[in-house]
Design a protein around this ligand. Structure first.
Ligand SMILES: OC[C@H]1O[C@](O)(CO)[C@@H](O)[C@@H]1O
Length: 563
């Protein structure tokens, strides 16, 4: 390892002398040691995941509440199919657009204020949803969820961006995985709240679960006001004093400390390097930048955009939301389980408990490795569920002698075995692809297109989330595709695709700074990426006498841009 102290402009006091940004040649020294404060700040930002999970989860139970059904479709004891699909999917629609817009806003007003703004939009959406039941009830819930969705879109794209940019690289994966952990907690909390309020005979049956959403917005919005914005945002805007200030608060080091100087130099040098490759132009030009370059070159912007959006697409293709959206009716049709609600709840608990395993494995074994093993584990479980189903399990049923409208499974132990494999599938998803897709999209984009790349990838997650939510009832519905548990052949085939895709296209980003990830993608292929070791710092290539070239600093300050 090259660590020539004399070239790092380090003084005996650990402070850099005034007059320029100190640089280092030592690839291990481009970041300050991790403090508890850094952990806590990043952990707090991950709280945004609670919105995501709670909002996806609460509507499932609310749709089953008699008071809500009567409010939306007066006189009936169920929300009509078309109203159900409208109410459920309108949130994802808002989220899709929210995630797309949020990247622009984040480059304009900053990451932190974009999330706070997202909380305000979300809060407004919650207030409108609360009106449901008075006046035009369907209009209120639909409009409210659309607006809340835009807020969730802002928050789901930008929290990932913010966390990836402020987290120390050695724990970045683990801390971003905390975001997915919060999503799973949100889903579980929602199922508990609706379970507790379902039996109420007043509008509290749905207004309480709706109102609780407000709390998440308040906690995240107010808490974030006290945190610094991302130093990488300030560098992008050419405001180096504020970047220094933010970095010093995040790392718990004085502004003139060697660590702060050296880390900032690296971000500035990388920004300059990238800006030479990807000049910032007009607003349209900057969007077009996300699609520039050759599809055959692993480090082109186009390839990175395809990688981010397809990773999120595959995360949804695993079929996990088939379980979280439809497990209860699916299990009911097996006729083998008496308490389907309980089993669905157990699935959400397995999801919560398995996610933290990734905090360790993602840093120990790496992103690529866990995605490969995760896809393998999931595809085995899914094919087993499907094969047991067509041979002895759920696809073999008979009419219930006591109730001609119901069917019963011929072989109940076989169905139970299928359910056990579904639970193991959730374990594999939660400990690998659930967090892995979010971690990678925060890491693969260079700074000039990072906010848009993360926004596009997040929008892809929501787009596929919606598509799967809309089509799966048609695939399994008794009067439609009637696939029963053979639907797991589809998920198994898609997970096989995810396995091959990971092997061919997903690089290893573990332990690298965001700037080093860029270099690694330039110099390796996904299959050889895990062996890549950083050898030079960006700043050292643009250094003069131990300091970052003044021209580079002046250039970044002058050309700071929001596009
Ligand atoms: O934990 C399961 C949840 O995780 C997500 O895939 C997001 O990462 C959601 O779409 C899903 O409901």
């Amino acid at each position: 390892m090259s660590a020539p102290e004399k070239e790092t402009a380090v003084t005996g006091t650990g402070r850099a002398p005034a007059g320029g940004l100190a640089v280092t040649h030592d690839v291990e020294r481009i970041e300050a040691p991790v403090t508890w404060k850094a952990y806590l700040i990043c952990a707090f930002a991950s709280f945004g995941g609670i919105f995501f999970g709670y909002d996806s989860g609460y509507i499932n139970g609310v749709l089953g509440s008699a008071i809500f059904q009567n409010a939306v479709d007066p006189g009936s004891n169920a929300v009509s199919e078309s109203n159900q699909s409208l109410i459920v999917s309108i949130l994802s629609c808002g989220t899709f657009f929210g995630a797309l817009i949020a990247g622009d806003v984040a480059d304009f007003i900053g990451r932190k204020w974009t999330v706070i703004f997202g909380c305000l939009i979300y809060g407004l959406g919650v207030v409108i949803q609360m009106i449901t039941g008075d006046g035009d009830p369907l209009g209120a819930i639909v409009a409210g969820r659309l607006i809340a969705g835009i807020g969730v879109g802002f928050e789901s794209a930008i929290v990932i961006l913010y966390m990836s940019e402020i987290c120390p690289r050695k724990v970045r994966g683990a801390l971003v995985a905390g975001y997915q952990f919060c999503i799973t907690i949100g889903i579980m909390l929602a199922s508990c709240v609706v379970y507790a309020t379902e039996g109420r005979s007043d509008t509290g049956a749905y207004r309480i679960p709706i109102a609780i959403q407000f709390l998440w917005a308040l906690i995240l919005g107010i808490g974030l006001m006290f945190l610094p914005d991302s130093p990488r945002y300030f560098v992008k805007r050419g405001n180096l004093p504020r970047a220094t200030d933010a970095l010093s608060r995040l790392r718990g080091q004085p502004k003139d400390s060697e660590y702060i100087q050296v880390e900032l130099s690296e971000i500035v040098a990388n920004e300059e390097f990238e800006r030479q490759l990807i000049p910032s132009t007009t607003w349209f030009g900057s969007w077009a930048n996300c699609f520039k370059g050759s599809v055959w070159k692993a480090n082109s912007n186009l390839r990175k955009t395809i990688l981010g959006t397809s990773l999120q697409m595959m995360q949804q293709w695993t079929g996990v939301n088939f379980i979280f959206y439809y497990s209860t009716p699916f299990l009911q049709t097996t006729g083998a389980i008496s308490n389907t609600f309980l089993i669905s709840m157990v699935f959400t608990i397995i999801n919560v408990c398995s996610t933290p395993i990734s905090f360790y494995t993602v840093e120990k074994f790496g992103r690529r490795t866990i995605l490969l093993y995760g896809a393998l584990g999931m595809l085995i479980c899914q094919f087993l569920v499907a094969i047991i189903g067509v041979t002895v399990g759920f696809n073999h049923t008979h009419v219930d002698p006591a109730d001609a409208t119901k069917t019963l499974a011929d072989n109940i132990p076989a169905v139970n075995c299928q359910i056990a494999f579904i639970a193991i599938f959730i374990f594999f998803f939660a400990s690998t692809w659930g967090p892995g897709a979010w971690i990678l999209i925060g890491e693969i984009f260079p700074l000039p297109i990072r906010s848009r790349g993360v926004g596009l990838s997040t929008a892809s997650n929501w787009l596929w989330n919606t598509i799967i939510a809309v089509i799966t009832p048609y695939m399994v519905g008794a009067n439609r595709g009637d696939m029963k548990s053979s639907v797991f052949f589809v998920w198994g085939a898609l997970c096989t695709g995810a396995f091959i895709y990971t092997y061919l296209f997903v690089p290893e980003t573990k332990g690298l700074s965001l700037e080093q990830v860029d270099k690694m993608m330039d110099e390796t292929t996904p299959r050889t990426s895990a062996k890549w070791k950083p050898h030079k710092t960006f700043a050292s290539e643009m250094a003069e006498g131990g300091f970052l070239n003044k021209g580079v600093v002046a250039d970044v300050e002058r050309s700071g841009s929001a596009v």
